[in-house]
Design a protein around this ligand. Structure first.
Ligand code: DOR
Ligand code: ZN
Length: 345
């Protein structure tokens, strides 16, 4: 007998769509299942002003496949020159849903990010006043700090001071990868939540490094040891409203991944719902999948949950393509390393 699960249509609270040919290639992979997504602003050059966000939103809307209902939730890339008035106007106009903080140099296209957090205090204050969430890439960039410790050190050195200085600022810790991240989110009674990616629920650092280097498992923050993955699985599958899905699906053409200095990013838009159903089923927690993918995110952002439903069914293993083609080149799909039995109807 096949198993069936009907849930509200999911949203992706952290997504990279890129631009141009890549945008056109990857967008249908997200819109097939997801109703909305928080769109990361780390283009080259980045999306820094309300005008940039409006233009980028227009390009995304133009690339949505015909007959598909999808809402891109735009973000601004915070720089030390961001104008609080521009942010407030873009928020008031309904153009943006969040502002994204990249510590300068932390990841792909983050050179224009923030080095001196004192320089963005006015923006944080204005965001606190208007209730606009801040999405945070939570890693320090100090070269002295080991890459596997960068999330934990960020919490102590940067995030906790920001939260103490701006207690009314709503913050999403993006793509948490550690038990420290889970514990820190749980320690807060309000204004703090975290997204968790599909791939961080499935891989640990052994998957990247044992038996040969696997460039398609390299992302930032880098996957940590197994204890941390288990803490993420426990948080995601618990139903706790402070944790929700942000795939961080981040396409790079294979040529830029399979090279001496490969880009960070896993592309998981296509098979995320199948992967998550496996993870939740293995935990005996399928009843909490809807909270993670479809309820907790909108709740934190103050948006209604989607009215539409999707149905997942379990059957024989489903074959996904190993690559998505774009005019820039092929993009490999995240390989969970186990068969996927659940498919969205
Ligand atoms: O793995 C990642 N890829 N992490 C990020 O923070 C950025 C992203 C990208 O844009 O490729
Ligand atoms: Zn990202």
């Amino acid at each position: 007998m096949s198993m069936k699960l009907t849930i509200r249509r999911p949203d992706d609270w952290h997504l990279h769509l890129r631009d141009g040919a890549m945008l056109r290639a990857v967008l249908p992979e997200t819109t097939r299942h997801f109703a909305r997504a928080i769109i990361m602003p780390n283009l080259v050059p980045p999306v820094v002003t309300g005008a940039d966000a409006a233009a980028y939103q227009g390009r995304i809307l133009a690339a949505i496949p015909q007959g598909i209902d999808f809402t891109p939730l735009m973000t601004l890339y915070l720089t030390e020159n961001t104008d609080p008035d521009d942010v407030a106007q873009a928020a008031k106009a309904g153009l943006i849903t969040a502002v994204k903080l990249y510590p300068a140099g932390a990841t792909t296209n983050s050179a224009s990010g923030v080095s001196d957090f004192n320089k963005v205090r006015d923006v944080f204050e204005r965001m606190s006043e208007i209730g606009l969430p801040l999405c945070v890439h939570g890693e320090v960039t100090d070269p002295e700090i080991d890459i596997f410790d960068r999330e934990k050190v960020f919490i102590d050195r940067v995030l906790d001071p920001i939260r103490k200085a701006h207690p009314n600022l709503k913050i999403v810790m993006e793509h948490i990868t550690t038990e420290d991240g889970v514990d820190y989110v749980k320690s807060a009674d309000k204004n703090l939540a975290a997204t968790i990616t599909t791939h961080h629920l499935i891989i640990n650092r052994n998957h990247i490094l044992v038996g040969g280097i696997k460039p398609h498992y390299y992302c930032l923050p880098v996957a940590k040891r197994e204890d941390h993955r288990l803490a993420l699985v426990a948080a995601a599958t618990s139903g706790d409203a402070r944790f929700f899905l942000g795939t961080d699906s981040a396409p790079h053409v294979d040529q830029l991944k399979e090279t001496a200095c490969g880009c960070a990013g896993c592309f998981s838009a296509t098979n995320t719902m199948s992967c998550l159903a496996e993870v939740f089923e293995a935990e005996g927690a399928l009843e909490h999948l809807e909270a993670f993918t479809s309820l907790n995110g909108p709740d934190f952002y103050g948006l209604p949950a989607n009215e539409e439903r999707i149905t997942l069914t379990k059957g024989a293993p489903v074959a996904y393509p190993t690559k998505i083609n774009s005019d820039e080149g092929p993009v490999s799909l995240f390989d969970p390393g186990f068969p996927l039995h659940w498919v969205v109807q």
